[in-house]
Design a protein around this ligand. Structure first.
Ligand SMILES: [Zn+2]
Length: 422
């Protein structure tokens, strides 16, 4: 699809210029209530906040992969081979938890197995997601949601299974489309997608131009915020999936599993648009599309391709959002906002324990304040909207550090004697 993509870039830039922007990248960066260049600098600042933690995780995972596969496959130093991370894009590493799990500490439960053992089916998974939001005081989903959503993969036709949420009429016709499987990943994805729907419904009374998220990172963060609570053993016990929540001895396995998805994701969430900004600006042309992609993969993620890539390769085209043309920095931002929301919500709920064990299930006052933020839609600059719920006016990755603090300390100990970085 490389020639098609190059043609698309030219056409898209033409449209952006017609709207008064330098190129499509500048148009995308203009959506954050600040100058496009200031926004780019803002993402750099955020990355610097989380980079040391990412490097600790990278270092630990690399050492475990080296033990598993040997020097010839995964050397002790340098980048990690992207095909060893259990994910087509190396963007989330949770699938290799079994390879990198801490020695001598086992988890007493496995959400995949719990869901199966308790007889969950796709509809029950979605009902459980709805129930979480209902516990916060949100009105139930409309009957049409259940009639019109696509929840299981249909047998009689091809569909796009990439999960998504839809608002059909700007009123009540909200729906999801996902080929739900009964597992922990989809359990989280349901909370994510429903977050879009509840947000859409919350801002439906705004004037048409304001019927959107405060910025696009907010739209992605709402449901992830819900999923942060819904993934805790505290919550799994609250809804009867787990008989007894494990003690603090299982905090590290839990945090490591979470970090393999959420922290490993950060540099990827940043680099997809770093690459596109360069492509749209013309700094990178079709002949170097793939080289520039892997240069960023190395720089931010510390990953390398398993072997030389052919001259005509177009690896970024394999990422849904590139040909689908969905901006990606929103996911990077959402991976920070969700922890800011979570930290603020747990404080409002009077939670005393560590953040990673906090569940705001059934906290009506938290729900009321969260909905008050959501109802604002895009009616004011996003920092003011952020402030209404968190009291903070900046995107702040210190919430990420707070959440994962015990894990980062543990990683530093584990990494002793290693030369981290690449
Ligand atoms: Zn989403």
């Amino acid at each position: 699809m490389k020639p098609d993509y190059a043609r698309f870039v030219a056409l898209s830039n033409e449209g952006a210029k017609g709207l008064g922007y330098k190129d499509t990248g500048a148009l995308w960066r203009s959506n954050y209530d600040m100058e496009p260049d200031a926004f780019a600098a803002e993402t750099d600042r955020l990355w610097k906040q989380v980079e040391p933690f990412y490097k600790n995780l990278h270092c630990y995972v690399r050492a475990r992969l080296n033990e598993q596969y040997g020097d010839a496959v995964q050397p002790k130093t340098g980048p990690i081979r992207a095909d060893l991370l259990g994910n087509m894009w190396g963007q989330q590493w949770g699938n290799i938890y079994d390879v990198v799990q801490p020695k001598g500490i086992t988890s007493s439960y496995d959400l995949d197995k719990l869901l199966e053992a308790k007889g969950y089916d796709p509809v029950k998974m979605v009902k459980t997601g709805e129930n979480f939001y209902s516990s916060l005081g949100f009105a139930p989903l409309p009957q049409t949601f259940w009639e019109r959503s696509l929840i299981v993969r249909p047998q009689d036709r091809e569909v796009v299974c990439h999960a998504s949420a839809w608002d059909i009429d700007d009123k009540d016709d909200i729906r999801i489309k996902m080929c739900t499987k009964v597992n922990a990943d989809d359990f989280r994805t349901i909370h994510h997608e429903l977050g879009h729907n509840y947000y859409q419904r919350a801002y439906k009374n705004q004037p048409a131009l304001f019927r959107n998220s405060a910025n696009d990172g907010f739209h992605e963060a709402i449901g992830d915020f819900a999923a942060l609570s819904a993934s805790t053993p505290t919550y799994l016990q609250q809804i009867g999936l787990l008989d007894k929540a494990p003690g603090a001895e299982e905090d590290i396995p839990f945090l490591l599993k979470t970090a393999l998805d959420k922290i490993a994701f950060l540099p990827f969430g940043l680099l997809v648009d770093r690459w596109r900004w360069q492509v749209f600006s013309g700094e990178v042309g079709p002949e170097t599309y793939n080289d520039a992609w892997w240069k960023l993969r190395l720089q931010y993620q510390g990953l390398t391709a398993p072997g030389p890539r052919p001259a005509d390769a177009f690896d970024p085209g394999a990422k849904y959002h590139v040909p689908g043309n969905t901006p990606y920095t929103r996911y990077f931002l959402a991976h920070i906002y969700q922890f800011q929301f979570h930290r603020a919500a747990c404080k409002q709920a009077g939670w005393k324990g560590p953040l990673h064990r906090c569940s705001v299930y059934d906290q009506k006052e938290v729900g009321r304040r969260f909905n008050a933020m959501m109802e604002l839609g895009q009616s004011q600059p996003w920092p003011e909207t952020l402030k209404t719920f968190t009291g903070e006016t900046r995107t702040d990755a210190s919430a990420v550090a707070d959440y994962f603090k015990p894990l980062n300390t543990w990683l530093v100990t584990q990494n002793r004697g290693q030369t981290c970085g690449w």
